[in-house]
Design a protein around this ligand. Structure first.
Ligand code: MUC
Ligand code: MG
Length: 373
């Protein structure tokens, strides 16, 4: 079908201000850089994808600037002139020209899925097996914050959006002080909502074994990636020793990584980000491996904007293995959106948008406004 031929691939960097600074283990973001990717087909249909990392290259080595260079210089030439319904062949050929760089590949993978679904006039989830649910639970994440501000933010988010679970970012500063701050917060509010922590791989084995039991005693329900990505032995030790479920995030950036975690039974849950694994097709493989190995998947985020988040929602809606809720809250952290109708969040859940593709439409005035000059 000639009309499905990919004619153009365009990218631009958006800098979108956040509603408040978001403190990660090693950096604090006040705006989220997002690489907006458009794929235009010969029939005029346009698909949207987003290249996003949480707050910069500290997380996985990629940034919006590296993604732009890789997509424009190496991935776009593989795509142009080929029909979008040969997606798996195109993705296969990416591996001949670009190793790793999964966040960049995810941005174009999502844009191609979106264009293809829009061309067929079906929701994106139809290309992933079909949606079997229309809304998903959403955890809200607090950046690294002083105790009083953190308590105030939890109370405010319960009142405004009905969140039932919260992720607390850790890993910056002195582990003893960090642990005390989080333990007090959880003890103050655990009767109202659930809490999990994300250390972003910053603690070594001894630090983790020393402080995680205190957090377990305070009532933390899930430990996300306390220790370094490559060290599956320690992750397994924590999983088997402390009695609180462990979620692997930085340890799982590919299907092969997921298989390694399953073989070692190093974690109970996989934080499945469609971004870090290279897109929706790779995410499907990770989910299948997790499911076969008895691990649950969590619909995790790199703080994507509306298009990337909606794509992840379609994936989660079509994938029963994503059975451990989501943290697909990225659009709520942005001060303003750049789609005509934003995602709907209320009562602790987000609706999967309806309509062709992701179901979202661009607001070009806003996109131009946020485009980096
Ligand atoms: C991560 O490591 O999970 C997701 C939410 C958040 O606050 O940070 C990210 C990245
Ligand atoms: Mg994480």
């Amino acid at each position: 079908m000639a009309e499905l031929t990919i004619e153009k691939v365009e990218t631009r960097i958006l800098d979108v201000p956040l509603i408040r600074p978001h403190g990660f283990a090693t950096t604090t973001a006040t705006a989220q850089p997002i690489l907006l990717v458009t794929v235009t087909l010969e029939n005029g249909v346009v698909g949207f994808g987003e290249g996003v990392v949480p707050g910069g290259p500290w997380w996985g080595g990629e940034s919006v600037e590296t993604m732009q260079a890789i997509i424009e210089g190496y991935l776009a030439p593989v795509m142009i002139g080929r029909p979008v319904n040969q997606l798996s062949g195109i993705l296969n050929d990416f591996e001949k020209v670009v190793a790793n760089d999964r966040f960049a590949k995810a941005a174009v993978d999502v844009a191609m899925h979106d264009a293809w679904a829009r061309a067929l006039n079906v929701p994106l989830s139809d290309l992933l097996g079909g949606a079997f649910r229309d809304e998903l639970d959403v955890t809200w994440a607090l950046g690294v914050l002083p105790l009083d501000q953190a308590i105030a933010e939890v109370e405010e988010r319960i009142a405004s959006h009905g969140h039932k679970s919260f992720k607390l970012k850790m890993g910056s500063g002195d582990p003893a002080v960090d642990t005390q701050r989080i333990a007090e917060l959880v003890e103050a509010l655990r009767d109202k909502v659930g809490f999990r922590i994300d250390v972003n791989a910053r603690w070594d084995r001894l630090t983790a074994l020393r402080y995680l039991p205190r957090l377990a005693e305070a009532g933390v329900e899930l430990f996300e990636q306390p220790t370094p990505a490559h060290d599956l032995d320690t992750l397994r030790e924590i999983t088997t020793r402390i009695g609180v479920p462990v979620m692997a995030d930085e340890s799982v950036c590919s299907p092969a990584d997921a298989l390694a975690v399953v073989k070692k039974q190093a974690a109970d849950v996989i934080a499945l980000k469609t971004t870090k694994v290279g897109g929706l097709r790779e995410a499907t493989k990770v989910a299948a491996i997790a499911e076969a190995g008895g691990l649950a998947c969590h619909g995790a985020t790199s703080l994507e904007g509306p298009f990337g988040t909606a794509a992840s929602l379609h994936f989660a809606a079509a994938t029963p293995a994503v059975s451990f809720g989501t943290e697909l809250f990225g659009p709520m952290l942005l001060k303003e959106t750049y789609v005509t109708e934003d995602l709907v969040y209320a009562d602790g859940v987000v609706k999967v948008p309806e309509g062709p593709g992701t179901g979202l439409e661009p607001d070009w005035d806003k996109i131009n406004h946020f485009t980096r000059k």
